[in-house]
Design a protein around this ligand. Structure first.
Ligand SMILES: O=CC(=O)O
Length: 316
């Protein structure tokens, strides 16, 4: 008998077809799973391939559990309580590495778009308000030679540092919980707020979850230069979103480029109203190649589990 696998979103067709040949697949097409739906899924399926937004909280693991394997689609798994899963004998895996380049590229997209006011310019052209080449219009800030501050120097942080250092001659300072040696010349500072103070551009690239919840608080934002630009490509919950909005409204910092939000897909109106913010809909890993590779990696981990092995990207 084939094992029962729930896939919670439509994934790349070749991966879905392989899954359908290997498992008794149910494809959930109704969007993110609520806690109740996650609990039902844990009771009904042998394995689950979920993603961001599916609420596998401690509460979801509180009832009857048939599931033995959750192969998460995504490197971040803060939507899954991995400790509660382990206590319930459920293995959790994720999809690191395959999305490093795509996510670093989105950080660069936001960095350049905020520095060079590309969002404002694009809106001006589309609205028909552009009056021609303007010597003093929409002047942004230079990126080349500036200082980049990275919060969280994991795989993605390092890929961002390399792009900025080799591509734009930027000086790199960073904060990381543990000591980190990097391929690119970069200075680790123990004090988070020292990174915030020194950087012209701050990029947040930490994992989400309890340990980094609101790591970037009002004091950290207040430490930034008034000309500083803040970029977040990690998880919205790492930042005190209200404090960030207050700082932007007061002009305490110059701009923000965000790919993630505290309560996705909700994006506060105050943020949407600001011209100096570039706002993307969580596109970090959104290339065809990357999303297919993520699906494949999630499925491969589930297949290893089905065959009695230890999934290579196991996180709990
Ligand atoms: O944000 C996307 C991911 O964690 O893979």
């Amino acid at each position: 008998m084939l094992k029962k696998l729930l896939i919670t979103r439509p994934i790349a067709t070749p991966v879905l077809e392989q899954a359908q040949k290997t498992f008794d697949v149910t494809l959930h097409e109704g969007g993110a799973l609520s806690v109740e739906q996650a609990a039902l899924a844990l009771a009904e399926y042998d394995a689950i391939l979920p993603t961001l937004g599916d609420a596998f909280t401690a509460e979801a693991f509180g009832g009857d559990i048939r599931c033995k394997m959750i192969g998460n689609f995504g490197v971040g798994y803060n939507h899954i309580d991995a400790d509660a899963a382990a206590a319930a004998d459920v293995i959790v895996s994720n999809t690191p590495d395959v999305l490093t380049d795509a996510t670093a590229d989105i950080a660069l997209t936001l960095l350049l778009a905020t520095a060079r006011r590309a969002g404002e310019g694009e809106r001006m052209v589309r609205s028909g308000a552009w009056g021609g080449f303007d010597v003093k219009g929409l002047l942004g800030t230079h990126v080349t030679g500036k200082t980049l501050g990275i919060v969280g120097m994991g795989r993605i942080g390092q890929a961002i540092a390399e792009r900025c250092h080799y591509g734009f001659g930027m000086k790199v300072v960073f904060h990381n919980r543990s000591p980190k040696s990097t391929k690119v010349a970069a200075l680790q500072l123990d004090d988070l707020n020292a990174v915030m103070t020194e950087a012209d551009f701050v990029v947040v690239a930490t994992p989400g979850g309890a340990e980094t919840m609101k790591l970037i608080d009002a004091a950290a934002i207040a430490a930034m230069k008034p000309t500083g630009i803040f970029i977040n490509i990690s998880r919205g919950e790492v930042v005190d979103e209200n404090a960030l909005i207050d700082a932007l409204e007061k002009g305490a910092i110059a701009g923000a480029g965000l790919d993630v939000y505290e309560n996705e897909p909700f994006v506060p109106e105050r943020l949407r109203a600001m011209e100096n913010c570039v706002l993307l809909p969580h596109l970090g890993s959104a290339t065809q190649e990357t999303r297919q590779a993520m699906g494949q990696m999630a499925l491969d981990n589930i297949i290893v589990w089905r065959d009695g092995g230890n999934p290579p990207q196991r996180v709990n």
